[in-house]
Unconditional design. Structure first.
Length: 484
């Protein structure tokens, strides 16, 4: 196995006086970052956290969270971030799934489980007088297990994805080659650290000497960008919509050099609006199993290429199967799915992982994602990919988001229905919807009914829960006629 110096140590030696972590009330240099992580690592060891131990983290983003993650990586323990937004029973089930019995929590969550031990860490992060006696951590294995991260959005039960340090390391190296990042740059931590996109931000900054800006909870991205002179930000479409709807002053656009845009299907109108604001977009395709980005556009790409997910980044490989499924492998591919202490390795003989995403690659090597294999359904013998219909619906100026799901039909097997979320102060002209859809879709793909976006949907998530919409559609189709 390859051994390397602890990357934080190397970055601190090069850029010790540069800011590493920036919050609303404090900033920490790389030299201080490294020192505090040493202190935190010592405290973890004193509290019985050993190499290869699994430590659950149920908390929201904070500078302390980042220090804890890096301390775990340094001592060779395995970080297991879990969203605090899940119900307690769900969190308990997730921790049980990976046999994780030690946890660190935020002030808003305490485990009731007899199986879990809450690890209380003293508030040493802010104590500048604590000495580490100049000790440097020994070199460690690049391929050591580092994190178990849970998938989100696509499946009903989150899968536990095991990453080594190398997976995040090479993911960041390839990403930084495509989107230059260095000392003086500031990347806003706009995604949660329990999401692979948030973890990716941390590693990209760590390997480049850039700073991570950690906003307060519920802070508006535009305000944080302006206040901290943020240069880079990772967003999903909903976040970009919100950013464009907020006041994006010229000074905000001037400091913000790069927006990495990923997540679910991206409306072309959103990309056009952002470009009109003078914002530099990088569209990307990634997944938890590949430690974030797989393909990404480049700054000098032609404008129409932003409607794709870009080309393959360094240290990854991609191909399309005969069934149009996107297959991936490379130095960033995860180790396997965790079930207790067993490891499920869903790879073929050549190491390819089937993503269940459908796509196509053009002659220039640009990937276009067309939908999920498990979302497709058959209506009257015809294949229907919901994402295609959703992409057309959001072209209507009044519609901000759309979700198309199947409902059972005695005649056709299944028929599509749609939920639509309207933009603020907008209304739908019912008489224009069907003629508009007929311009782009065959008649069998036009939804039989449209329903208003339910207020019960949690808008804070990175992906809407499609399975929830399926259950809701079955219920509503029996009792309500819908908008049309």
């Amino acid at each position: 196995m390859k051994r390397i110096p602890f990357p934080l140590q190397s970055t601190a030696e090069k850029y010790g006086d540069h800011p590493a972590l920036i919050g609303d009330d404090r900033a920490i240099t790389y030299a201080e970052f490294f020192r505090l992580v040493n202190v935190a690592a010592g405290n973890l060891a004193q509290r019985g956290i050993n190499p290869n131990d699994r430590l659950g983290i149920i908390a929201n983003n904070s500078i302390e969270y980042i220090l804890l993650l890096m301390a775990l990586f340094q001592i060779g323990a395995i970080a297991c971030p879990v969203s605090p937004r899940f119900p307690k029973k769900t969190i308990a089930a997730m921790l049980d799934k990976i046999d994780c019995t030690k946890i660190v929590t935020g002030p808003y969550y305490k485990s009731d489980s007899d199986k879990c031990t809450n690890i209380e860490l003293p508030p040493l992060w802010n104590h500048p007088k604590i000495s580490t006696n100049g000790k440097k951590p020994p070199e460690f294995e690049l391929d050591q297990d580092a994190a178990i991260m849970f998938t989100s959005g696509s499946s009903s039960v989150p899968k536990a994805v095991l990453h080594t340090f190398a997976h995040h390391y090479y993911s960041a190296l390839g990403a930084n080659e495509n989107m230059p990042l260095g000392p003086g740059d500031r990347w806003l931590l706009s995604l949660p650290l329990y999401h692979v996109g948030g973890m990716g931000i941390l590693f990209r900054a760590l390997l480049s000497g850039a700073a991570v800006v950690v906003p307060t909870a519920n802070a508006l991205p535009a305000k944080a960008i302006e206040r901290h002179k943020v240069t880079h930000v990772s967003l999903v479409p909903t976040q970009l919509k919100n950013l464009l709807e907020e006041t994006v002053a010229d000074k905000t656009a001037n400091c913000l050099r790069s927006i990495l845009l990923g997540g679910s299907s991206i409306p072309q109108t959103l990309i056009v609006q952002a470009k009109q604001k003078g914002l530099n977009l990088y569209t990307t395709y990634g997944l938890t199993e590949m430690a974030s980005q797989v393909t990404t556009t480049a700054l000098d790409d032609a404008p129409e290429k932003l409607f794709t997910s870009g080309r393959i980044l360094a240290h990854r490989e991609i191909k399309i199967s005969k069934e149009r499924e996107i297959l991936v492998r490379g130095k960033t591919r995860f180790k396997g799915y965790v079930e207790k202490y067993a490891l499920i390795t869903p790879f073929d003989a050549d190491g390819w992982f089937g993503t269940s995403d459908l796509g196509e690659i053009d002659q220039d090597g640009y990937l276009t994602v067309t939908g999920r294999k498990d979302n497709m359904f058959i209506s009257g013998g015809e294949n229907i990919q919901p994402e295609e219909i959703e992409g057309v619906l959001v072209r209507l100026p009044a519609i901000e988001d759309a979700m198309v799901v199947p409902v059972k039909s005695d005649k056709y097997g299944h028929r599509p229905i749609a939920f639509v979320k309207l933009r603020p102060k907008q209304k739908i002209d019912i008489e224009e919807i069907t003629p508009f859809l007929e311009k782009y879709l065959p008649r069998f793909k036009i939804p039989d009914r449209l329903y208003e976006w339910p207020d019960s949907i949690d808008q804070s998530g990175l992906k809407p829960n499609r399975r929830y919409f399926v259950r809701l559609a079955e219920k509503m189709s029996q009792t309500e006629s819908g908008i049309v």
